[in-house]
Design a protein around this ligand. Structure first.
Ligand SMILES: [Zn+2]
Length: 311
C-alpha cells in the first residue's frame, strides 16, 4: 500500500518521534545481530567410524541392524554440532557422506544444523563446501584400504579400489576430502573414527588436528567401543577445542599438477576408464592421469571409479 502524504501531517509529534526512535533502536538491534562475524562449519559424516559400528551390515539399509546404527550416527553428529555452537559457530552444514547418503534421520539432527542428504552429489562426501566456511570436520571416518587393525578399512569403493595415490602419496578418504577443503582454503580441524583412522589423519594432516577416537579395532570386524557417555562428552569437548584452536591448524593443500594413480582390484575394472582421453594404463589394473586443477581431477577419479563398477 502506498503512503498518503495528507495523513502524514496529522500524525502527532510524539507518535512520530516514538516511531523514529523505535525504528532507530530496531536498526541498532539488527546491526548488533549481524555484527557478529559469521563462523560457518562444514561437517562430513561417514558411517564406518561411528561409535558402535563394527560390521558392514550395520551400514547397509537392507539389514535390520542398520536402523540402530543410523541413530548412533546422528547422536555422534549432534554431540559435535552441540560443541560447535557452544564454541561460537554461527552456521553448521552437515553433509551425509555414506552410501546412499540418506542415513542421517533428518528430524533427529540438531535443528540448528542444515542437512545435505541424498546422492549422487557433484562433490560427494564434500558436497556443500565452499570458501565461505571457516572450518571442516570429519565424523565417523575410516582408515584407507589395507589398514589393520581398522574397522571396515577401504578407500571410496571396497569392491573397486585397492589404493589411490595422489602425487605419489597413498590417500585415505580423509586425505582426498581434506584436499577438497584445502582447495577452498578451509582447514580440517577435527576427525572422529577408530584409533587407526585418527592416527592416519594426524600423520597426513598434522598433529594439531583434534581427533576423537570412539573405538579401537580388534580386527576388521571387531572393536572395543569406548563407553557411550564418555564418547559423547569427548565429541562435544573435541568440537569446542577444534573451533577454539582454529588458528593453529594449517590448510591441507595439494599443489598442481596433481597426478592421480588409481589401483583397481582387478584388470577388468580398468577396461572402460582407459577409453577416456588423457587416462593412461601403465599396468593392467592401474589407471593414471594428471590434472592442473585438483577438483577437476577429483571428479575424473570419481567417474573412473564408477566405470570400474560397470566394466
Ligand atoms: Zn562409508
Amino acid at each position: 500500500m502506498k503512503p498518503r502524504a495528507a495523513r502524514f501531517f496529522l500524525v502527532p509529534c510524539f507518535l512520530l518521534l516514538s516511531l523514529v526512535v523505535g525504528s532507530q533502536s530496531l536498526a541498532q538491534g539488527r546491526a548488533a545481530a549481524t555484527s557478529r562475524p559469521p563462523l560457518k562449519v562444514f561437517v562430513s559424516v561417514d558411517m564406518e567410524g561411528i561409535w558402535g559400528v563394527v560390521h558392514s551390515n550395520q551400514c547397509s539399509s537392507d539389514s535390520p541392524e542398520y536402523q540402530l546404527a543410523r541413530k548412533w550416527m546422528v547422536q555422534d553428529t549432534n554431540a559435535v554440532v552441540q560443541g560447535l555452537f557452544e564454541a561460537g559457530a554461527t552456521e553448521v552444514v552437515v553433509n551425509d557422506s555414506h552410501g546412499s547418503m540418506r542415513n542421517i534421520i533428518a528430524s533427529e539432527l540438531d535443528p540448528r544444523a542444515m542437512l545435505i542428504s541424498g546422492s549422487p552429489k557433484p562433490l560427494s562426501m564434500m558436497e556443500g563446501i565452499d570458501s565461505s566456511f571457516a572450518a571442516c570436520i570429519f565424523i565417523g571416518y575410516h582408515a584407507k584400504a589395507g589398514s589393520a587393525p581398522a574397522i571396515l578399512d577401504h578407500t571410496i569403493s571396497g569392491a573397486a579400489i585397492y589404493s589411490i595415490k595422489i602425487n605419489g602419496v597413498e590417500m585415505p578418504e580423509l586425505g582426498i576430502n581434506a584436499a577438497i577443503a584445502g582447495y577452498f582454503n578451509v582447514p580440517v580441524v577435527m576427525l572422529t573414527g577408530d584409533t587407526e583412522t585418527c592416527r592416519q589423519a594426524q600423520e597426513l594432516l598434522g598433529q594439531s588436528l583434534v581427533v576423537v577416537p570412539v573405538k579401537e579395532a580388534v580386527n576388521r570386524l571387531a572393536a572395543r567401543n569406548y563407553g557411550r557417555d564418555r564418547v559423547l562428552a569427548e565429541l562435544r569437548d573435541g568440537a569446542r577445542k577444534a573451533l577454539n584452536s582454529l588458528k593453529n591448524i594449517q590448510v591441507f593443500k595439494l599443489q598442481p599438477p596433481c597426478q592421480f594413480e588409481i589401483n583397481l582390484q582387478n584388470s577388468q575394472q580398468a577396461e572402460l576408464g582407459v577409453l577416456i582421453p588423457g587416462v593412461r594404463r601403465p599396468a593392467p589394473r592401474t589407471l593414471t592421469f594428471t590434472s592442473q586443477d585438483y577438483l577437476e581431477g577429483f571428479k575424473l577419479m570419481r567417474a573412473l571409479i564408477a566405470l570400474a563398477g560397470v566394466s
